[in-house]
Design a protein. Structure first.
Length: 127
């Protein structure tokens, strides 16, 4: 993996993986990439599983279920898709709640390690 990349460059390929062996290999690559930016193995694994779950939330339920199963992850706000997919109203309410309760630093993860909903290490993202 490149040292710096967009979230789409990093997590987009994972949305297409259907094989458990390939998923394990890709997760290890993501964890190693995160660790190269100063995170411990435990922090990197937590960050990557959270990011994969979050990113899968932009896809349909079928893809989200597949990603959650292959990468043993869940959406950091809504949990596992198998436990129910939020309605549009629930999604909107979660966003409103976040806007009311999270600081910009917490919401983006910028300025602290593992902060916010989307915890991809900010130093690994390009604008």
């Amino acid at each position: 993996m490149k040292s710096e990349m967009t979230s789409g460059e990093k997590y987009g390929p994972a949305m297409k993986i259907t094989d458990e062996t390939e998923a394990k290999r890709y997760l290890e690559e993501c964890i190693a990439h995160c660790m190269s930016h100063g995170y411990s193995r435990a922090e990197a694994e937590r960050i990557e599983r959270s990011n994969l779950g979050y990113y899968a939330g932009y896809y349909g339920t079928e893809t989200r279920l597949q990603v959650e199963r292959l990468f043993d992850c869940a959406h950091p706000v809504f949990g596992k898709a198998e436990d129910g997919v939020p309605t549009m109203a629930e999604s909107f309410a979660a966003g409103v709640n976040a806007a009311r309760t999270l600081t910009p630093t917490q919401a983006t993860g910028r300025g602290r390690r593992g902060g916010g909903w989307y915890v991809m290490p900010p130093e690994t993202l390009t604008q």
